[in-house]
Each structure stands twice: as structure tokens, then as C-alpha cells.
Design a protein around this ligand. Structure first.
Ligand code: SAT
Ligand code: MN
Length: 603
């Protein structure tokens, strides 16, 4: 499959949406002079434009059209096998000083990096079309909404950005003509998709992102991790709000009461599944709705509560494991108008992946384009294969998703993928303790980033790869936000992934997570019980609604809710080691929290 496509020649009426803002035009022409494309395509986000670009992408082999009778509007893309995930070691934060980027980021000098990138971009788009993609992040009328422009030579990026953002003429209109109107400058070029020349570079002070050498989502859809997290977290710190790697969901109880919850889990740990959860039968009348599945921008409302908006317009979810059993809403959503990347293709023009319902096809084409059968040793779909789907496809999309003020957050949940130590759920004693839980969060690594999979690492607030500035200052920012909230959300920690001595998952997860969520919501209403332990408030088995839960024994529930002293001594040491690696940037309050935890565990 082709990833790099030659220039296209659009018919009149398409590709001419030049913005009125002269600052944008000047910048685009600068990039044009540098990269020397064959032509410029100014995107307007219209359906006609999308249809044309889909056609061109298929003609040039960038996309494969799936059987439109069974999967209307669905297409498959294959990235290069060397280019299937985020590359953290080549993701740079280019602040004037290394100190500003902090100990958890890869820092590079801005002037040197610009110069290196300009060298790589020189003539890089020769013979290709340069697309200019205007987009808005956030409900357009939200005070938090941001306009960005992404220049790219990848038609796949253009098509994905139309799904993932509010893309097109509305963004140019929102920016207006004022020369000093703020917008994010994003430049992306595939170059030759060579891992030797792959750099994802952020210049927070310039509101600028330059990404080269990759065609994979998280590296190239610059709206997402690059703008909405790395750059936005930097802006949020300055402006007094929060940009977080969190899903946002609504929970409505049978009596019509509604709460919103924001939850931070690392990539590929089930955020999309949790955000679209269908409660088990026993929870008749309970309803979960989705505001967002990956990113939350949160600010303090006039009433002293925390309000969240989802800056995105679509979901870029992990495909393997998605099924009618694990996530029926996602399955329904991706039945149409979906862009799949790196899944398998069936001989009937459908798609397949490990963990899909039903038996595997007798033969298929794997994600690399090779023949595949169930006897093959290789996986049919890449473990980090993805769907990009408009949020409008979600059958349980929350009614407030476009609300300019966002939704009020009752609870914040932190969670990681931990085989041991961490109970199913517990509550922080207060905001500061909650920040400590977030700051010391750890999780086993996944296929969402290149590198080892299954290794436990500290991933504070699931932001380790996404915080655009010094993590110590980020912790401080969280600590300062609590006292500014007169009615702060309660903070919880969950772990769906605890295993028994045989290595089997103790908790079934997916829809059954509703049982944990209900305990959390009841707690927000001052209703549910718990026992106070050294690590936080943990429900007793009788505090959880376990009616109708099959396949989990009372002994397993005990194990899920237990605090094992030896494991916690190890955990304490792991947290201390992490803080030492961040020295001298860790706020005193968090060091004191560590000390207090040690004392409570000793008692
Ligand atoms: O690849 S993305 O960064 O877009 C998704 C993820 O890893 O969370
Ligand atoms: Mn994510």
C-alpha cells in the first residue's frame, strides 16, 4: 500500500478555501517556499471535498474501499510496518531551557531543532500536494476552543482530521482576519517515512508543532496529543485550567439524576470502552453517555465546580479486542463512515481483528498486506490497529457534548493496568491525597507506543508522554487547582486488571465496571460505605452492588479489594524511586503525602 501519494489535480470548486487571515497565508507561503510542493490544496471540510479525497486516496492506493453494502463509508489504510505507534523517544519538547521541559520529557534546543527540521523539510513536498487543514478543538463557542492549522502532505491525515476535529471553513471563520489572532501552527511531512528521520517536535512558546517522518495517527494528527495535550497543558498551566488525558462520561441513575466523571488511563487501557459502557442487566434504568474518550479540557465554573469539554470530534480507538461483548456501542459506531488503520482485510471486503465476535475468517490479508489464515503465527491485525470514527456515530453520545461551558465533573478517576497491588477501587482522603494518587500512578506499557510491552512504569495522571512542560510544575498546578474549587470532584483510583496467583484476571471488566462506577457515584452523593485503610477508602464487599455478577467468587472479591502489606512496601519504594528521579521538582506536599502513606502502612 502507498503511504506517500503524488500530487492531485482537483477539479474547479475544490481545494480553494484560502483563509482571509494574512498571518495564516504568510506562514503557509513560508512553508511552501521551504517544502516546494507541486500545489496547495486549501481544505474546506465539505462533504464534496471529502468524497473527492476519498476517491483520490483509493485511486492512489492510500486507502482500500471496503464492501460498501456491508460497511458504508468505511475504508482501510495500512501504515508502514516500521510506523505503527507513537515514538516517545523521538517526541521532543523544545523549550528555551531544559528545566522547563523537565525530567520526564525529551528536550531539544528550539533554534537547533528548527534548523534541523528545516533541513529535513527542504524540498520535502516536491511532486506532492500540500494540504492546508483548518480545524477547531473544542465546542466552537467554548472559551477554551482553539483554532489550529495543519499543513500536511498526507491525504490520510486530511481524511482523519475531518473525523477527529471540527475541520474546515468554520475554523478559518472563527479565527477571523485579525493578524494577532492566536492559532496553532502545525507542519507535517511524511518525508520518506524513514524511522531515522522521525521527529515529533513541540515549541510551546511558539504554539507550533512540526512532525516529520511518520504517518501514524498519534504522531501526525497534530490536533490530538500534540496540540490538545502537550501544547494545551502548557497553555493551561499559564491560564489556570487543566488539559488532561481523560475520558468524560455521563452516568444517569433510574431516578433521573445525572453525574459526569472524568477518568485518566494510559493509552490502550480501555478509556474508549469505559466511556461507552453498557450497564449489566441488573442495572436497569442506569444509562452511560459519552462526552469524550481520550482528552478533557477542564476549567473552573462560576459555581466553583470543575467543568469539562471534549476538544475532539471523533474517536481514535484501539481495534483489537473490540466486540459486541466488550463494547457494543463502539461496534455499532464503526459499522459506517469509519477509517480503519492496520486491521486485516477479508476476502469479502470486510475487516477483521483479533477479539472480534465470531470465528476468524478462513483466509484474509493481514495488516501488512500478506496472506493470512487462522494457522498463521503472526497476528492478522496489529495490536495497535485503530478506528477513526466521528463521535456522531456513537449511539450513546451525550446531549451536552457541544455545550460551550462543558459538563460539571463529580468524580475524577485515575487508573492503570496493574497485575497486583492496586485494589479494584479506592477513594482518596482529599484533593491533595488524590493528586498524590494521580502523580504516583503506574501502568504496564502497551502497544500504543513503540518499545517494550507489559513493563510497569510510572505514568502520572496518564500524562507521562503528554505533559508539555516540567512534570513537577504540573503537579504543583494540580495542587493549586484544588483550593480554587469550592466544590471539587472526589478523586478515586481504579484497577480493572488485577490478577490472581495463576495470572488470571480477577475482575471481568467492561460492562461490569458499572458496579464500581455506581459505588463512586453513590459516594459523590454521600451514600456508599467504605472502610478506611492506609491507602484510602476501599469498599467492603457488601458496599458494592454485586447482584447478578457471574463467575466471580466471594474470595476473589476479597482479593480484589485487599491491601497486601508486602506489595505496598514495594509500591512505596517504587513511588519513592520515581520521585527521586524527578528531584528537585517534586512539590513538598507530595513528598509529605509519601511520608504519611509510609507511616499509615507501618501502623
Ligand atoms: O496514538 S494516539 O496517541 O493517538 C492514541 C494513544 O496512544 O493514546
Ligand atoms: Mn490516548
Amino acid at each position: 500500500m502507498e503511504n506517500i501519494a503524488p500530487a492531485i489535480s482537483p477539479p474547479t470548486g475544490l481545494g480553494g478555501n484560502k483563509p482571509a487571515n494574512k498571518a495564516v497565508l504568510d506562514w503557509v507561503h513560508e512553508v511552501e517556499s521551504l517544502t516546494a510542493p507541486a500545489n496547495i490544496f486549501w481544505c474546506d471540510g465539505s462533504a464534496a471535498e471529502n468524497d473527492y479525497l476519498l476517491g483520490e486516496a483509493c485511486r492512489m492506493g492510500v486507502l482500500i474501499k471496503l464492501d460498501q453494502a456491508k460497511a458504508p463509508g468505511c475504508y482501510l489504510h495500512r501504515s508502514k510496518p516500521n510506523d505503527v505507534a507513537r515514538v516517545e523517544q523521538f517526541t521532543l519538547i523544545c523549550t528555551p531551557t531544559k528545566e522547563e521541559a523537565g525530567p520526564t520529557n525529551h528536550w531539544a534546543d528550539p533554534a537547533e531543532t528548527y534548523s534541523k527540521l528545516h533541513g529535513l523539510l527542504k524540498g520535502a513536498m516536491r511532486g506532492r500536494t500540500m494540504f492546508v487543514v483548518p480545524y477547531i478543538m473544542g465546542p466552537p463557542e467554548s472559551p477554551l476552543a482553539k483554532v489550529g492549522y495543519e499543513i500536511t502532505d498526507s491525504i490520510y491525515v486530511v481524511l482523519s482530521m475531518r473525523i477527529m476535529t471540527r475541520m474546515g471553513a468554520q475554523a478559518s471563520k472563527k479565527l477571523g482576519e485579525k493578524l494577532d489572532a492566536e492559532f496553532n501552527r502545525g507542519v507535517h511531512s511524511l518525508l520518506e517515512i524513514d524511522p531515522e528521520h522521525r521527529w515529533i517536535c513541540h515549541f510551546p512558546q511558539d504554539n507550533t508543532i512540526i512532525s516529520v517522518g511518520s504517518g501514524y495517527g498519534g504522531n501526525v494528527l497534530l490536533s490530538k496529543k500534540c496540540l490538545a495535550l502537550r501544547i494545551a497543558s502548557y497553555l493551561a498551566k499559564q491560564q489556570g485550567w487543566l488539559a488532561e488525558h481523560m475520558l468524560i462520561l455521563g452516568v444517569e441513575s433510574p431516578d433521573g439524576k445525572k453525574h459526569y466523571v472524568a477518568a485518566a488511563f494510559p493509552s490502550a487501557c480501555g478509556k474508549t470502552n469505559f466511556a461507552m459502557l453498557i450497564p449489566p442487566e441488573h442495572f436497569a434504568g442506569w444509562k452511560i453517555t459519552t462526552v469524550g474518550d481520550d482528552i478533557a479540557w477542564m476549567q473552573i465554573g462560576k459555581d466553583g465546580r470543575l467543568y469539562a469539554v471534549n476538544p475532539e470530534n471523533g474517536y481514535f480507538g484501539v481495534v483489537p479486542g473490540t466486540s459486541y461483548r466488550s463494547n457494543p456501542n463502539a461496534m455499532q459506531a464503526i459499522e459506517h463512515d469509519t477509517l480503519f488503520t492496520n486491521v486485516a482485510l477479508t476476502s469479502e471486503g470486510g475487516v477483521w481483528w483479533e477479539g472480534k465476535d465470531g470465528p476468524p475468517p478462513n483466509e484474509a490479508t493481514d495488516w501488512k498486506g500478506n496472506p493470512w489464515t487462522p494457522a498463521s503465527k503472526e497476528k492478522a491485525a496489529h495490536p495497535n490497529s485503530r478506528f477513526a470514527v466521528p463521535m456522531q456515530n456513537n449511539p450513546v453520545l451525550d446531549a451536552e457534548v457541544n455545550n460551550r461551558d462543558g459538563v460539571p465533573i463529580s468524580a475524577i478517576i485515575f487508573g492503570g493496568r496493574r497485575s497486583d497491588t492496586m485494589p479494584l477501587v479506592f477513594r482518596a482522603f482529599d484533593w491533595e491525597h488524590g493528586v498524590y494518587l494521580g502523580a504516583t500512578m503506574a501502568s504496564e506499557t502497551t502497544a500504543a507506543a513503540t518499545g517494550a510491552v507489559g513493563k510497569v512504569r510510572r505514568d502520572p495522571m496518564a500524562m507521562l508522554p503528554f505533559c508539555g512542560y516540567n512534570i513537577g510544575d504540573y503537579f504543583q498546578h494540580w495542587l493549586k487547582t484544588g483550593p480554587r474549587l469550592t466544590n471539587p470532584p472526589l478523586i478515586f483510583h481504579v484497577n480493572w486488571f488485577r490478577k490472581d496467583a495463576e495470572g488470571k484476571y480477577l475482575w471481568p471488566g467492561f460492562g461490569e465496571n458499572m458496579r464500581v462506577l455506581k459505588w463512586i457515584i453513590d459516594r459523590c452523593e454521600g451514600k456508599s460505605g467504605a472502610r478506611k485503610t492506609a491507602i484510602g477508602c476501599i469498599p467492603r464487599p457488601e458496599d458494592l452492588d454485586l447482584e447478578g455478577l457471574e463467575g466471580v467468587t466471594p474470595g476473589q472479591i476479597e482479593e480484589l479489594l485487599s491491601v497486601e502489606p508486602e506489595e505496598w512496601q514495594k509500591e512505596l519504594a517504587g513511588q519513592a524511586e520515581f520521585f527521586e528521579s524527578l528531584a528537585p521538582n517534586v512539590p513538598e506536599e507530595l513528598l509529605a503525602q509519601h511520608q504519611k502513606l509510609a507511616e499509615r502502612l507501618d501502623r
